[in-house]
Design a protein around this ligand. Sequence first.
Ligand code: TMP
Length: 215
Amino acid sequence: MRGKFITLEGPEGSGKSTQAKMIIRRLAERGIEAITTREPGGTALGEEIRNILQHNQAGEAPCERAELLLFEASRNQLVEKVIRPHLEKGIWVICDRFMDSTTAYQGYGRGLPVQAVKAIHYFTVDGVVPDLTLLLDIEVSTGFERIAQRYLALGESADRFEQEERSFHEKVRAGYLKLANEEPERFRVINAAQEPEAVSSNIWKVIEEVLTEDR
Ligand code: TMP
């Protein structure tokens, strides 16, 4: 049987990567084999593209449509090299960001035409669409407080997206909520402002629902 494909989405500081690890742990307890990966990145080529996109590795910021296409290039590589082969082997894939990030950030955030953005990523994913998308929703200011703490602890600095104005991130968050509203069968909105353990149990309830529906 094909593995399940679950994506984690949400604004900055919503705790997606922590939750991805917690999902893997809970699935392992149930004897379900799963891998976690991320976007942009997850493949050698994808990680190179991630550096260009986040840290201006090329020394020149990409124009808006170039930015969108770089995300799509990283995504197609990840789909064909990692996601599709694992799902076909029956292994679940938990992905930290996927196509809805592009609609939220490049579509709603940057203001590129949303229908065109969606058409491009449906071309990119070539049929590999998430079975379930968990939107970890959090207020922009709370998310940024978390990121600031992380940077203090790790000595890192903000990337190109985190440096965008507050209004950009508000548009991203509103865009995500709109997407969730438009596709209620695929999306579940999770309150990510709670403690990680509480968020994790809410996520697990949703995943168990998905498991039960399949029996
Ligand atoms: P993150 O993986 O640390 O969240 O960083 C990825 C950054 O890239 C984040 O700021 C969101 C942004 N992004 C887009 O703008 N569009 C996309 O399609 C994806 C996958 C990420």
